[in-house]
Design a protein around this ligand. Structure first.
Ligand code: SF4
Length: 351
C-alpha cells in the first residue's frame, strides 16, 4: 500500500484536499480492503486510482489461526519475495509483529528466517500494509492494534530509512495514529542503527537481541557477534541511554543447556548493571522451536533464571511464545512455504 503515491496521484489530478483526506480516512481508519471500498469517491475516481496505484502490494498466500488467538499470514511481494506477519492477542491488547525484509542476512542459528538468506528490503509501504492487514483482522473482533514490533523477518537496521518511514506512517495522525512508544524496533545489535536511532526525534522503543551474556555464547548463536561483540553492543546501548534517557529492552531467548544456567543469569545481571543500572528491561522469551537443534528451556530453568534476575534487581518479564500450534516462530511459515514450493518443483521435474 503506497498511500503517499495515491495521495500524490489525487493531488496531481487536481482533486481537492478533502478528497485526499477521504482516501486517508478510508485506508487508515475505516480499513477498507480495496479502492472499490472507498465509497466516498466516485466510481470513476476509484477506477482511476486502481489503474494508477494498486491498492495492495502484498498477496496473502497462507493464513493460520492459533487456538490462542494468534493469526499469522504469509505474503508475497509483487515481485515474488515471501514475508510473514503475526498478530498476537494478549487480553484486550493486539500486537502485530511485522517484517522489515524478506529473509535476513544475519543467519542466527536458532532462526528459521536466518536459514533463508536475504531476499530484499521491504519498502515503508509494504511494511505499513502488514499493519493494515493486522488492523483489519483485529477489527473483526472490534479491537484496534495497540502495539507494533519490528521483530518479524529481517534486521530492521539493514533497512533503516524504510523502517523509519514506516514508523512515521504508523505514528502519524494521518497514518495509523499509534503512539510512538507503542512501536518497538528490535535489532540483533547492529550498532550503526542504534547510534542513528538515538538521534531521531521519534520516540520509538529500542529492543536489542542479546541471547547470551558473553561472546562465546552469543557468538555461537548470532554470527553478527563477530562484527559487533557484546562489549561494543553494550557501549552503543550506553550511548543510546545517555542521548535519550530511554529504557532499552533486552531480548533473551532461553535455550535449554545453552544460555539458561544460573551462572549466565548472574553474568547477564552484572553486564546490565555495569552498563546502565536501571536502564534495561529484559524480555525473557520462551523458544518456539523452528526445526533447529535447539530446545526451549524447561519451567525449572526458567524459574531459576527469573529468580536470579529478580534478586539482582533486573527489571524483566517472561514472554510466553504465542501460536505454538501454528508456524508462529520467526520465518517458520515462510520457510515451510519455500520448502513446499521446492518439493513441488522437484516433483514436477521428475514426473
Ligand atoms: S533472529 Fe532476526 S536478525 Fe537473526 S536471522 Fe532471524 S530475522 Fe535475522
Amino acid at each position: 500500500m503506497q498511500l503517499d503515491a495515491a495521495i500524490g496521484a489525487l493531488a496531481g489530478w487536481g482533486e481537492p484536499a478533502y478528497r485526499r483526506a477521504q482516501v486517508r480516512t478510508a485506508v487508515t481508519r475505516d480499513l477498507v480492503a480495496s479502492w472499490d471500498g472507498v465509497s466516498t469517491l466516485s466510481k470513476t475516481l476509484r477506477a482511476r486510482l486502481q489503474n494508477t496505484v494498486p491498492f495492495a502490494d502484498l498477496v496473502s498466500e497462507d493464513t493460520q489461526r492459533s487456538s490462542d488467538g494468534t493469526v499469522k499470514s504469509r505474503f508475497r511481494t509483487h515481485d515474488g519475495f515471501p514475508l510473514e506477519t503475526v498478530l498476537m492477542q494478549h487480553g484486550e491488547r493486539r500486537t502485530v509483529c511485522v517484517s522489515s525484509q524478506s529473509g535476513c542476512a544475519l543467519a542466527c542459528a536458532f532462526c528459521a528466517t536466518g536459514s533463508m538468506g536475504l531476499g530484499r528490503n521491504l519498502n515503508a509501504g509494504e511494511i505499513f500494509e502488514q499493519l493494515l492487514w493486522a488492523a483489519r483482522e483485529a477489527k473483526k473482533d472490534g479491537a484496534r492494534i495497540s502495539n507494533v514490533v519490528l521483530m518479524g523477518m529481517g534486521e530492521p537496521f539493514h533497512n533503516y530509512d524504510e523502517v523509519l518511514g514506516f514508523c512515521r506512517l504508523a505514528n502519524d495522525a494521518d497514518g495509523y495514529g499509534l503512539g510512538a512508544r507503542s512501536i518497538a524496533i528490535s535489532t540483533a545489535g547492529w550498532i550503526p542503527g542504534i547510534d542513528r536511532l538515538a538521534k531521531e526525534p521519534i520516540q520509538v522503543k529500542l529492543a536489542v537481541s542479546l541471547h547470551g551474556p558473553n561472546d562465546e555464547i552469543r557468538g555461537s548463536l548470532m554470527p553478527v557477534n563477530r562484527r559487533y561483540p557484546v562489549a561494543e553492543v553494550m557501549e552503543a546501548c550506553q550511548r543510546y541511554r545517555d542521548e535519550t534517557r530511554r529504557r532499552i529492552f533486552i531480548e533473551y531467548l532461553l535455550l535449554e543447556g545453552v544460555n539458561d544456567a544460573p551462572d549466565q543469569a548472574n553474568e547477564l545481571s552484572s553486564l546490565l548493571h555495569r552498563t546502565a543500572p536501571g536502564g534495561f528491561h529484559v524480555n525473557l522469551i520462551v523458544y518456539n522451536p523452528t526445526g533447529s537443534d535447539y530446545r526451549a528451556s524447561g519451567p525449572d530453568a526458567i524459574g531459576l533464571f527469573k529468580g536470579i534476575l529478580e534478586r539482582r534487581g533486573i527489571d524483566h518479564s517472561l514472554r510466553q511464545s504465542r501460536g505454538r500450534d501454528i508456524d508462529a516462530a520467526c520465518g517458520q511459515l515462510t520457510v515451510r512455504g519455500v520448502r513446499e514450493r521446492r518439493a513441488e518443483l522437484r516433483r514436477a521435474r521428475s514426473s
